[in-house]
Design a protein around this ligand. Structure first.
Ligand code: ADP
Ligand code: MG
Length: 387
């Protein structure tokens, strides 16, 4: 993969694909992590004497039409604050006005284009659209790891037209995630949780071949427990994956399931809440129980390498958040004692932040789906395009 340190940026118009897909509510950015993650790349390009730095991104799911609820304008103000310079905002990402405006900018100016996904051509990787955007720059820097598993105009299309290289964020993601695959320190422990087995089935099977132990939590444990013939009451599970889960249980010796659960009559709030090994009719499993926490803690504490994706319970509800918080703290502590830890997944990362231990992890991936696909060993088209 070519990197931005290996490409000539001096006096060039540099197009940069960022991931500014931040959570926005009532016109306010709730979490600016994704914006901050690109600042080193942007500053480096400026230091190297680029004539223009043209930033582009998507935000939310506008579904191919202009919808100002998803405007990147709110990001522009945040960028100005962190770059400590003016950032010129453009109301579109293509067209004569944008081209004109960019050509008239002063030397060394930074511009932000409007949401790429206001155009249906972006997700279709339309060649004409990619060419139009590419015409705004001389070189292309890809820094949006979170979309690199998608073949879009701004990931694959433009990279096929302009001289292209990876930014610092992509370099960091690839470094930590490939270490997991190449020569992980053993014991290598993966912790997988979250809502659905279906979205994570291929990462489960591929990790089982690599890790010493795979600890399962969250709703996905109930599909496994049901496949093993256990009662799971009203817990969330996936009927369509029972057979698959049976197959995985029969084939693997290193998959560990919860032995107790926090159970509640409602998944929305604590109703007759208690910790139990069994889940009776009328109750659902909403978190891992205390015995499970200490089992998992014992295994995690011995690990040299840890990969975590997916919360251990419905952590959004305070009464159901203990398992996730404890696992986050144990991974943080094990990391402080010398292990390498990598976490990915939107909800997992927000749970880690809530637990206040984000700085203790070796690496927190900015890409949920992309990090899972990478760990599965799949080739990501947006990364491949930089080779
Ligand atoms: P990530 O975003 O980290 O990849 P997922 O999106 O796969 O994680 O899963 C997160 C969701 O899983 C959370 O909204 C959480 O409430 C839900 N979840 C976890 N455990 C359970 C459970 N026992 N029952 C229902 N939902 C659960
Ligand atoms: Mg999620």
């Amino acid at each position: 993969m070519k990197t931005l340190e290996e490409i000539d940026l001096k006096s060039k118009r540099v197009l940069v694909r960022c991931d500014f897909n931040v959570p926005v509510k009532d016109g306010k950015i709730l979490d600016n992590t994704r914006i901050l993650a690109h600042i080193p790349t942007i500053n480096y390009i400026l230091e190297k004497g680029a004539s223009r730095v043209i930033l582009m991104s998507h935000l939310g799911r506008p579904k191919g039409v202009v919808n100002l609820d998803f405007s990147l304008k709110v990001v522009c103000e945040e960028l100005r604050r962190h770059l400590k310079r003016n950032v010129r905002f453009f109301n579109d990402c293509t067209g004569e006005n944008v081209r004109e405006g960019i050509s008239r900018l002063e030397e060394g100016a930074v511009a932000l284009l409007e949401n790429l996904r206001f155009h249906p051509e972006e997700k279709k990787n339309d060649t004409g659209f990619a060419r139009e955007i590419a015409s705004l720059g001389d070189v292309f820097i890809q820094d949006a790891f979170a979309v690199s598993h998608r073949a879009h105009a701004s990931t694959v299309g433009i990279a096929g037209i302009l001289p292209s290289a990876a930014g610092f964020l992509i370099m960091k993601e690839v470094k930590y995630l490939s270490e997991l695959l190449k020569e992980p320190g053993h014991p290598f422990v993966a912790v997988l949780g979250g809502a659905k087995i279906s979205t994570k089935i291929s990462v489960i099977t591929s990790l089982l071949g690599k890790v010493d132990t795979l600890l399962v939590g969250g709703a996905m444990s109930y599909t496994f427990l049901k496949a093993r013939g256990e009662e799971i009451g009203n817990s969330m599970f996936e009927e369509g994956f029972l057979e698959n889960a049976k197959g995985i249980l029969a084939d693997s010796k290193n998959l560990v399931l919860p032995v107790d659960h926090v159970i509640s009559k409602s998944a929305k709030e604590a109703v007759e809440i208690r910790v139990s090994g069994l889940i009776p009719e009328g109750f659902c499993g909403v978190d891992i129980g205390s015995k499970t926490i200490s089992n998992y803690a014992g295994i995690i504490k011995n690990a040299k390498t840890i990969f975590w994706n997916g919360p251990m319970g419905i952590f959004e509800v305070a009464d159901f958040s203990k398992g996730t918080r404890e696992i986050a703290k144990i991974i943080a502590e094990t990391t402080r004692n010398g292990a390498v830890s990598v976490a990915g997944g939107g909800d997992s990362v927000s749970a880690i932040k809530k637990a206040g231990v984000a700085n203790d992890f070796s690496h927190i991936s900015t890409g949920g789906g992309a990090s899972l696909e990478f760990v599965e060993g799949r080739i990501l088209p947006g990364i491949q395009a930089l080779k």
